[in-house]
Design a protein around this ligand. Sequence first.
Ligand SMILES: NC(=O)c1ccc[n+]([C@@H]2O[C@H](COP(=O)([O-])OP(=O)(O)OC[C@H]3O[C@@H](n4cnc5c(N)ncnc54)[C@H](O)[C@@H]3O)[C@@H](O)[C@H]2O)c1
Length: 261
Amino acid sequence: MTFSIDQFRLDGKVAIVTGAGGRGNSIGRAYAVGLAAAGAAVVVADINEEGAKAVADEIVASGGKAIGVRVDITDPASAAAMVDAAKTSFGGLDILVNNAALMAELGYQNIVDVPLESWNRTLNVNLTGALICAQAAVPAMRERGGGRIVNQTSGGAFPATGVYGIGKLALVGLTTTLAKTLGKENITANAIAPGNVKSDAGKQLVPDDSPFLQFLNMTVASRAQGEPDELVGALLLLCSDAGAWISGQTLHVDGGWVLRP
Ligand SMILES: NC(=O)c1ccc[n+]([C@@H]2O[C@H](COP(=O)([O-])OP(=O)(O)OC[C@H]3O[C@@H](n4cnc5c(N)ncnc54)[C@H](O)[C@@H]3O)[C@@H](O)[C@H]2O)c1
């Protein structure tokens, strides 16, 4: 088969992006807009229903296909309803992007005395939520003869830092397990590990004057911070025919920060 640039197109595909309707400038929003620009019909899903519908409206206004739905990814019935919305509105499901997570709101979690309630809540959303959405999505992907799962991990998992990093590292384990389990069914599973991204949540976590940003600047191979839109190319590769043979991988999109000493 000769390579064609059209292999990056997603016309006729249906995608769900979780966590795509939250704060104004979010990674999930960039993912949803990017998938729609590549031709996919997108279910913009978030616990913030108003935000999800606003992003879907934005996509439709620019000529794309999208709906906005409320989902709580920790609730299997809610995840099933999200997949049903994809089937009812667009006829099926091909792509699941597990992007929703708790991050900026977590604050510093000292592992020695982190309350178990905080540990459980973090892992329930950031790890179990991705499993619940995959369990809801895979039967619909099987009906289409294949699919793509992309889990949003983090540079904070390499090495794991805090409960957040532990959950994001475990998400890599979920990714490789899904890849091995589903590969023969033409379903790939991969992860994206962003460095520090200047989403609204990322800026809250790492303000311009933070000592951590100075540390990033000193240790990163190229550029310390990226924009949400700079992750979209990696997502399109992993969701399109261009990336059909890639599975079980974690793609670091971080200016080379993972190479730090
Ligand atoms: N911004 C960064 O620097 C950075 C770096 C590495 C990884 N990430 C990851 O990228 C993803 C998006 O980050 P962001 O910066 O856009 O943050 P964000 O806070 O804007 O996005 C997270 C979204 O998840 C939603 N959400 C939370 N709990 C939910 C639930 N139970 N059900 C459904 N939705 C829920 C929130 O409403 C929010 O819209 C997250 O997985 C985050 O961990 C971000």
